[in-house]
Design a protein around this ligand. Structure first.
Ligand SMILES: CC(C)(COP(=O)(O)OP(=O)(O)OC[C@H]1O[C@@H](n2cnc3c(N)ncnc32)[C@H](O)[C@@H]1OP(=O)(O)O)[C@@H](O)C(=O)NCCC(=O)NCCS
Length: 143
């Protein structure tokens, strides 16, 4: 899936999304929740939760989500986020946090829809394809 993402789909991401990186994410499921959406044998969505391995971050996790461009805007991202929240609650996790580029309006809409709140803004932290700096928003949800 990552190999076929369009430039638009990764516009607000942090490439490269090469095989070595994806394998590093997905090969060690300890402290992770990994959700895959498939259409038959084709992966069309990936959501991953990383739990911090420190006692002082007990139950605190970060997440990211990618939906293939041909499957965006059809409710899949929202459904995967809701499922991740459900699984995390079952596992007794305490909080999800994430960082999103302030201009990624669709992602922010989805995060707010499932209960995330904006917690703060880091200014000029993301250097975009447009060769300009963009703000990033910290968002979180207490589970
Ligand atoms: C962001 C992403 C995960 C959302 O998943 P999705 O399956 O496309 O989203 P959904 O279809 O569940 O929901 C999209 C919502 O955003 C709304 N939306 C779409 N474009 C929008 C825009 N430009 N501004 C505001 N809202 C927008 C839709 O109307 C919908 O809300 P609604 O259900 O209330 O009508 C997905 O589009 C994606 O992977 N994008 C590229 C990678 C990315 O940006 N990942 C996040 C990195 S932090």
């Amino acid at each position: 899936m990552y190999a076929s993402l369009s430039p638009e789909a990764i516009k607000w991401g942090l490439p490269p999304y090469d095989r070595a990186r994806i394998e590093r994410w997905t090969s060690n499921p300890t402290n992770s929740i990994i959700l895959i959406a498939r259409l038959e044998e084709t992966v069309v969505g990936h959501l991953q939760v990383f739990q911090f391995p420190f006692d002082r971050r007990k139950g605190v996790a970060e997440l990211f989500i990618y939906i293939h461009q041909d499957f965006q805007n059809a409710g899949l991202g929202t459904a995967m986020m809701m499922r991740a929240i459900e699984l995390a609650k079952d596992q007794g996790l305490h909080r999800f946090g994430l960082t999103v580029v302030a201009d990624n309006h669709r992602a922010i809409k989805v995060y707010e829809k499932v209960g995330f709140k904006k917690e703060g803004t880091a200014r000029d932290t993301f250097y975009g394809d447009d060769e300009r700096y963009h703000d990033e928003v910290q968002m979180g949800i207490t589970l």
